[in-house]
Design a protein. Sequence first.
Length: 247
Amino acid sequence: MGPEVVWYHVDYMENNNKFFLPVAVIAAGLLIAGAVVWNGQRPATPPGGAQIAVDIKDINLEGRPFIGKADAPVTIAFWSDYQCPYCKAFETGGVPQIKTPAALPQIIEAYVDTGKVKVVFMDFAFLGNDSLVATQYGQAVWKLYPEQYFTWRTEMYKAQDEEGDEGFGDAASIDKLTAKVAGLDVAKIVADVAANKATYDAIAEADKAEGAKVGIDSTPSIVVGKQLIKGAYPFDAFKAAIDAELK
């Protein structure tokens, strides 16, 4: 059995393309709306459907933010929500209730910095309006300042506080954070978001649609080759998947 892992789950509602969040009891008595608990890795299955085949080659990642060499031998696709604490646990750590060490910094050190892996960031915004606003800013930063994107993204996760539309995460608070990141022109980013909001919202929806093709309905979710890993697992789980692709 693997470590107990928690991630956020969202089910698609027919016709109106909106979402609802089930409420579940999660590990160690912690109660958070929208969480679902599993031991180990779950097969990729649609709601009420058969298992879905997963292959990174079938996912359209064109134009999405990434770190690493563009032609790295292995590509990882990572779906997240800026308001999701388990995404923060995976990406930067610093969530008191979640003791699993952040895996992404270890992935970067072992594989991205050595030219073996490219990590592509896909949006799965479902925890409120702040989540969607963050995706708009993320797309603008990537378009205007791709070299600073990951630094900005890291600061966004470090600043994460209350889940959903509370505390940090609205446009005003993101503007203040962005102003502190070297090399970013806040006024230029704000203007770009205002001018391209509909386009960026469409990109966020397209990211969800790409994820749905391989059974992604939760955050964090990571596709490595033909494996879908749902949850804030320790580094070793990702290491095994990446090493299998590098053989």
